[in-house]
Unconditional design. Structure first.
Length: 222
């Protein structure tokens, strides 16, 4: 009787072990199936991988298309330096060409010298211990002084200059054109009279170095 009970007990544990092993194998197989990736690089880079083939201005490869355009600005600058005041003053004539397919009512310009105004955004974010940006703690009357902005037009044998409306916001200036600038080749000439005082250290772009032989000026953003 005892031998029969022992055999039954041993068989029970053997069957239990086999069942557990099967369950583990089944679970492992399920996990293995879930981990198998269905990624197929042939599908990913098929002929319709790019949903668009590009446009007339930019192809799918990134190269310029047949109708690609860029607007153009040509500058004629004249300036003088007042070494005693560290002041640069001058006149810039900008010939702006609108190569876009749209007419233009205004032109945006950057006034990077305005970084060095006391109330500029650049100065507002500089930490107390200093920074390469802004006036870097120097107290001076920085930024552009815009004396006039004019639109130059021509009639036979005569140049006409008319004041243009403009708005300055920190380092940006919006110049409003008296007439719409035509698309695809329209040209306007903008004349700006200005001055600014050079900072001692101008965000690694310009500055003044005092030497025994005088001042050395590095000038940018003008």
């Amino acid at each position: 009787m005892k031998n029969n009970w022992f055999k039954i007990t041993v068989q029970f544990f053997i069957l239990l072990g086999i069942s557990t092993l099967w369950a583990q194998n089944d679970s492992t197989a399920t996990k293995t199936k879930k981990q198998i990736s269905k990624y197929d690089y042939h599908d990913a880079f098929a002929s319709f991988f790019y949903t668009k083939d590009g446009t007339n201005t930019r192809s799918a490869s990134g190269q310029p298309g047949v109708e690609y355009w860029q607007n153009r600005a040509d500058y004629q600058l004249s300036a003088k330096l007042n070494e005693a005041k560290n002041e640069i003053s001058g006149t810039g004539i900008i010939t702006y060409t609108n190569n876009s397919p749209d007419k233009m009512n205004f032109v945006w310009m950057y006034l990077d010298q305005n970084l060095f105004k006391q109330d500029s955004r650049a100065n507002a974010i500089i930490p107390i211990n200093g920074s390469r940006n802004g006036a870097q703690g120097q107290i001076f009357d920085g930024g552009f002084k815009i004396k006039s902005v004019k639109i130059i037009s021509t009639i036979p044998g005569k140049l006409i200059e008319k004041d243009a409306k403009y708005i300055v916001s920190d380092t940006r200036m919006q110049v409003f054109l008296p007439q719409e600038l035509k698309s695809k080749g329209g040209i306007v000439k903008i004349k700006i009279d200005y001055s600014f005082i050079s900072p001692n250290e101008g965000s690694d772009r310009m500055g003044i170095l005092e030497t025994k032989n005088g001042k050395i000026f590095t000038v940018a953003q003008w």
